[in-house]
Design a protein around this ligand. Structure first.
Ligand code: NAD
Ligand code: USQ
Length: 406
């Protein structure tokens, strides 16, 4: 059994909850820190998880009853409550902090000026506060952060995306060149993704200045919902977001197929993205904790993804599996119509996670969950109503007005 304490910031969320259970089952003493902002935004958008998630109190009590293991909880806002973060770290003296505590939906981050400002304030301050608290309490506490493949951007350029770092030659005035290794040039596609590119600079600074041990997991789109721990009891069920802001593409398509809603392919569906199953997410986080970088090492960056897929191919796959209709709708996002994506990830492979790839059994399992809870679906929340620019909104309005008039 593993030993030591891990503080999971954002441990009530979609990735954080199953990770907390996985770490607890592995033997770690887990402390969840969360401010329930995701549950607050759910209420603000009137868009609940398709699965009926229980209160954190009930989740933790069920886990204790089933396994005998206690998971502690502290409610605090990581973006504002610096003293409280420091107190949690001083009280529990963890070996690691896992940092999930950010506003993670690109469409929500692009909804309004208020959402842009909230996402920037929340994400950047949470990251800086956690790192500054580690410096004050104990620089041996490692930080494992959930970042995103989206820091690299999804332009039409092609080429192989390296694992974080990029070699360049800097021209000198005397005509010679000096070799430098830099972060791969960031190219965020939303305010949310932009916060992740800025998080990366915090990590570079704290690793250099304070010798913090930091791992940044550049994760692809997470699909699936359940893990071996969350299936143990309905009270432990994980969230399943399907709404136009928080639902991610593959889970949305599977849910849409289950409730008889045409699959919402943006534009031509030509975007290619990286994917990972939630079961692999939790495994990777544990393995990252168990193989920390040394103090003084550069930030370890891991491209946490197992496969890439083009969106229209995913829609075709789900259509073949379920018979669902596919509808191409004007893309609400400012993104390339088509992009190629080839990812290099030797650091991920070195973690030794046996990848869960997209196969029919798992897709059917998710569709079955979506069917089970289809009565909870609110169809009015399915369309993405967040537009990257007024021009995108106008094109969509004209498209839907035309359909309504026909
Ligand atoms: P989520 O919204 O379900 O969970 C985030 C949790 O953090 C929520 O419980 C929320 O209440 C909490 N939180 C947010 N701000 C907080 C703050 N200031 N103080 C305390 N708690 C706070 O999101 P998720 O899908 O679990 O994503 C977790 C992390 O993983 C994010 O950082 C996201 O960028 C990253 N990620 C997610 C995906 C994905 O497909 N879901 C893919 C790649 C990376
Ligand atoms: N898309 C559709 N139809 C839909 C929803 C999305 O065609 O109904 C398209 C989008 O236009 C986009 C792609 O699917 O091209 C992915 O969209 P998404 O909402 O599934 O994923 P994204 O916005 O990129 O964000 C999600 C998580 C985020 C994480 C990111 C990883 O919400 O937290 O960082 O995946 S990555 O995509 O690798 O950047």
């Amino acid at each position: 059994m593993a030993e030591g304490t891990v503080v999971v910031f954002g441990g009530d969320g979609f990735c954080g909850w199953p990770t907390s259970l996985h770490l607890s089952r592995a033997g770690y003493d887990v402390v969840i820190v969360d401010n329930f902002s995701r549950r607050r935004i759910e209420a603000e958008l009137s868009a609940s998880s398709l699965t009926p998630i229980r209160s954190l109190d009930e989740r933790l009590a069920t886990w204790k009853a089933l396994t005998g293991r206690t998971i502690d909880f502290r409610q605090l806002d990581a973006s504002t409550d610096f003293d409280a973060i420091r107190d949690v770290l001083s009280e529990f003296r963890p070996l690691a902090c896992v940092h999930f505590a950010e506003q993670r939906a690109a469409p929500y981050s692009m909804k309004s000026a208020a959402c842009k400002r909230y996402t920037v304030n929340n994400n950047l301050n949470a990251t800086n506060n956690i790192l500054a608290a580690i410096v004050e309490v104990d620089r041996n506490i490692q930080c494992v952060h959930l970042g995103t493949m989206g820091v690299y951007g999804y332009g039409a350029l092609g080429g192989v995306v390296p694992e974080g770092y990029f070699n360049i030659k800097v021209p000198l005035p005397n005509g010679t060149y000096v070799d430098r290794e830099i972060l791969y040039p960031p190219d965020p596609g939303s305010i949310y993704h932009m916060t992740k590119t800025q998080d990366a600079l915090f990590f570079q600074f704290y690793a250099k200045n304070d010798k913090l041990k930091i791992t940044d997991l550049h994760q692809g789109i997470v699909w699936g919902t359940q893990t071996p721990e969350t299936v143990l009891d309905e009270s432990l069920i994980n969230r399943f977001d399907y709404d136009g802001d928080y639902g991610t593409v593959l889970n949305r398509f599977l849910m849409q197929a289950a409730v008889g809603y045409p699959l919402t392919v943006h534009g031509t569906g030509g975007q290619t993205r990286a994917f990972i199953h939630i079961r692999d997410t939790v495994n990777c986080v544990r393995r990252a904790i168990e193989s920390p970088p040394e103090a003084g090492d550069r930030v370890r960056i891991i491209n946490q993804m197992t496969e890439t897929h083009r969106i229209r191919d995913l829609a075709a796959l789900v259509q073949k599996l379920t018979g669902a209709d596919v509808e191409n709708i004007p893309n609400p996002r400012n993104e390339a119509e088509e992009n190629e994506l080839t990812v290099s990830n030797p650091n991920f492979q070195a973690l030794g996670v046996s990848a869960t790839t997209l196969e029919h059994g798992l897709l059917e399992e998710i569709t079955a969950i979506a069917r089970l809870y289809r009565d909870r679906a609110d169809f009015s929340k399915i369309p993405c109503a967040s537009y990257w620019t007024p021009e995108r909104a106008r094109i969509a309005r004209e498209h839907f007005d035309k359909i309504a008039a026909e």
